[in-house]
Design a protein around this ligand. Structure first.
Ligand code: ADP
Length: 450
C-alpha cells in the first residue's frame, strides 16, 4: 500500500494531488525548482525537495534525480501529474526498476500511444474508427502528396510525435501542399526532434469529444462518460464541459465502448483519455489517447461524484476499480474555464510577474477552484502560465453557465493580466449559450468575442 507519495509536478495539479493524498492519509513529498521556493505545492506537502534551477530541463524534467530523491526518502509511489514526465515511458520504466510505483499505465502503453501514427495502427487493428488518412512509414514527399490528393482537400498534416498543436498544418489546396509539408516538418523537428508526418482528412467543424476511461490490473475497465473540449484556441483547450451537450445515450455508449476497446487494445492501467473527433453525422473518429490525468478531469469528477486521483491511487495499489459501469452515473452539468496569466490584447503573450492581490470567488459544493497560487505569488516565465481552473456544477447547462460567468466576475486579481474578460466574452456569445460547439468556435465567432 502506498504510504508516501512524491508528486513530480508543480502548480495546481501538484496541489490537487496532495489534497487527495491528505484525504487518504498518505504522506506527500513535493519537488521544486529554484523559481518555486515559495510555491503553494511546496508549502502544502509534508516534505519538499529542491531539484535545481528554474528551467524545467534542469528541475522538473530530471527524472533520474527525482528517482534518486524518492529512494532516499523511502517514497512508495510517484504521481507525475500532467506534462513534464507524465508521458515519458523511460521514466515509468526507471521508477519500476527502482521499485517505486509509477502512477500511470505501463511503459508499453505510454510508448504505444506516444506516436500518433503507431497509435493509429494499433487502433485500426482493434476496430476503433479512424479519420481517413495515411499513417504509414513512407515519408517520401511525392508519395505523401499523392496520398493527400487521393483523400481530397482539405487535409491536415500532423507530426507523429506531435502534441499541443505543434507540427500541424491544414492544407486547403494542392498548390500549398509542399510548402505546408516543409513547414510542418520543420516545426516538428524543432519541437520533437522528429519529423515523421501523417495525413488526415481535415474535418470541417467537428467537435472534440473525449472519453475518460479507467482500467485496473484485474481486467476491469469502465468509462466515466465524456467531455466536450471543442472550444480551443490554436488547438489548445480553453473551456471544457461534461456531459457533451446533445449527445444521445446511444452515441455516448458507443463512444464509451470504443474508448474501452482502445484501452484494452494496449492493456491499459489507470486513468486515460481517448480523444475523438465527432462529425456532423455523429460519426466519430479516434484522434489520440492521453495516458495520464487530464487538465480537465475535474468536470468528470463533478458529474460523477468520483475522485479520479483516488481511483488512480487505488489502481496503483492493485485494488479493483471502486465501481462497475452500471454503478456509475452522470448528474447535472459541469463546465471548466482555464484561467491564464496572459494578455488577450497582446497576442496572448504570457503575463509574468507578481500577483499583487488576489481574491477568488468563494468555493462551494458547486464552485471549485483548482489553483497553485495565492496573492503575493510570482507567475514565472519558465512554466505554463495557467494559474487556476474554475469549475462549476449545476443541475443543467444553462445554470452551470450562469454560475461560471458569475463566478468569473467575482475574481479580483492585480499584478498580472489574465484572460478572465476574454473567457467571459466567449461564454456569453449566443453560440456558446446555444452549445454550437465546434473546434473552430473561436475563429468562427472572433468578431463577437473581440
Ligand atoms: P495535439 O496532440 O497536438 O493536441 P491532436 O491530434 O490532439 O493534436 O489535435 C488537436 C486538435 O486539432 C483537435 O482537438 C482538433 O481541434 C484538431 N484536429 C485534429 N485532427 C483533426 C482533423 N482530422 N480534422 C479537423 N480537426 C482536427
Amino acid at each position: 500500500m502506498i504510504k508516501k507519495l512524491l508528486i513530480a509536478n508543480r502548480g495546481e495539479i501538484a496541489c490537487r494531488v496532495i489534497r487527495t493524498a491528505n484525504k487518504l492519509g498518505i504522506a506527500t513529498v513535493a519537488v521544486y525548482s529554484e523559481a518555486d521556493v515559495n510555491a503553494q505545492h511546496v508549502k502544502l506537502a509534508d516534505e519538499a525537495i529542491l531539484l535545481g534551477p528554474a528551467p524545467s530541463s534542469e528541475s522538473y524534467l530530471k527524472g533520474d534525480l527525482i528517482i534518486e530523491k524518492a529512494l532516499a526518502l523511502n517514497v512508495d509511489a510517484i504521481h507525475p501529474g500532467y506534462g513534464f514526465l507524465s508521458e515519458n515511458a523511460g521514466f515509468a520504466d526507471k521508477c519500476e526498476a527502482s521499485n517505486i510505483i509509477f502512477i500511470g499505465p505501463g511503459s508499453e502503453a505510454i510508448r504505444a500511444m506516444g506516436s500518433k501514427s503507431a497509435a493509429k495502427t494499433i487502433m485500426e487493428k482493434a476496430g476503433v474508427p479512424l479519420v481517413p488518412g495515411y499513417h504509414g512509414h513512407n515519408q517520401d514527399p511525392d508519395f505523401l502528396h499523392a496520398e493527400a490528393k487521393k483523400m481530397t482537400y482539405p487535409v491536415l498534416l500532423k507530426a507523429a510525435a506531435g502534441g499541443g498543436g505543434k507540427g500541424m498544418r491544414q492544407v486547403w489546396k494542392d498548390d500549398d501542399f509542399f510548402a505546408a509539408l516543409a513547414a510542418a516538418k520543420r516545426e516538428s523537428m524543432n519541437s520533437f526532434s522528429d519529423d515523421h508526418m501523417l495525413i488526415e482528412k481535415y474535418l470541417t467543424e467537428p467537435r472534440h469529444v473525449e472519453i475518460q476511461v479507467f482500467c485496473d490490473q484485474h481486467g476491469n475497465g469502465v468509462y466515466l462518460f465524456e467531455r466536450d473540449c471543442s472550444v480551443q484556441r490554436r488547438h489548445q483547450k480553453i473551456i471544457e464541459e461534461a456531459p457533451a451537450p446533445g449527445l444521445s445515450e446511444e452515441l455516448r455508449k458507443e463512444m464509451g465502448e470504443a474508448a474501452l476497446k482502445a484501452a484494452f487494445a494496449i492493456d491499459y492501467r489507470g486513468a486515460g483519455t481517448v480523444e475523438f473527433l465527432l462529425d456532423h453525422d455523429n460519426a466519430f473518429y479516434f484522434m489520440e489517447m492521453n495516458t495520464r490525468l487530464q487538465v480537465e478531469h475535474p468536470v468528470t469528477e463533478l458529474i460523477t461524484g468520483e475522485d479520479l486521483v483516488e481511483w488512480q491511487i487505488m489502481v496503483a495499489n492493485n485494488q479493483q476499480l471502486p465501481k462497475t459501469q452500471e454503478e456509475l452515473s452522470c448528474h447535472g452539468h459541469a463546465i471548466e474555464a482555464r484561467i491564464y496569466a496572459e494578455d488577450p490584447d497582446n497576442e496572448f503573450l504570457p503575463s509574468t510577474g507578481k500577483i499583487e492581490f488576489l481574491v477568488e470567488p468563494t468555493a462551494t459544493n458547486n464552485v471549485r477552484i483548482d489553483t497553485g497560487v495565492i496573492g503575493g505569488d510570482e507567475v514565472s516565465i519558465y512554466y505554463d502560465p495557467m494559474i487556476a481552473k474554475l469549475i462549476v456544477h449545476a443541475p443543467n447547462r444553462e445554470q452551470a453557465l450562469s454560475l461560471l460567468v458569475a463566478s468569473l466576475n467575482k475574481y479580483l486579481l492585480c499584478g498580472v493580466t489574465t484572460n478572465i474578460p476574454y473567457l467571459n466574452k466567449v461564454l456569453t456569445t449566443s453560440a456558446f449559450q446555444n452549445a454550437l460547439l465546434t473546434t473552430d468556435f473561436i475563429e468562427r465567432h472572433e468578431q463577437q468575442i473581440d
